[in-house]
Design a protein around this ligand. Structure first.
Ligand code: DQA
Length: 149
């Protein structure tokens, strides 16, 4: 059982910086800032401090995961479309060892066939998908639960 303020990484993958320009039927109307701000508040209530990043680059996402070793208790990761393709991010999740919870705004199981498979989620502790911005909040609670256990 861990106590005190803990650090967690939040990684938003490609195209999530343009959330406000993407299909609102799939992704809602929030901007990324609209997601991050309440998430930080929720994190504080759970005694977490968040380090939040957005990157379109697979290698940078991998390096950010690596940089979390010894620094964070866990991570929330929305890999965007890399979820469906990136064995390299999947390997990084496995290698870092700390718990990673994958989140998606949309329900990837209710979309095109190719989105139903997440190769990165195979290496995560779990996957939360389909609850819009709330997927991140639910993911944070899941992470807090794992870390405190
Ligand atoms: C997404 C789902 C992915 O399939 C898609 O490529 C995204 C967003 C989501 O949060 O619903 O970019 O990760």
């Amino acid at each position: 059982m861990k106590a005190g303020i803990m650090k967690a990484l939040v990684l938003h993958g490609p195209n999530l910086n343009l959330l406000h320009r993407r299909d609102p039927a799939l992704y809602g109307t929030s901007s990324l800032a609209d997601i991050d701000e309440p998430l930080r508040k929720e994190a504080l209530a759970l005694d977490f401090e968040l380090s939040i990043h957005q990157s379109a680059r697979e290698g940078e996402i991998i390096e950010l995961l690596h940089a979390g070793i010894g620094e964070v208790e866990g991570a929330l990761l929305n890999p965007g479309a890399y979820a469906h393709t990136s064995r390299a991010i999947a390997d990084a999740i496995e290698a870092v060892g700390y718990p990673v919870v994958e989140v998606h705004l949309s329900n990837i199981h209710a979309r095109e066939d190719w989105r139903r498979v997440s190769v990165t989620a195979e290496r995560c502790r779990g996957l939360i998908s389909g609850f819009g911005a709330n997927s991140y909040v639910l993911g944070l609670h899941a992470l807090a639960n794992i870390v405190r256990r």
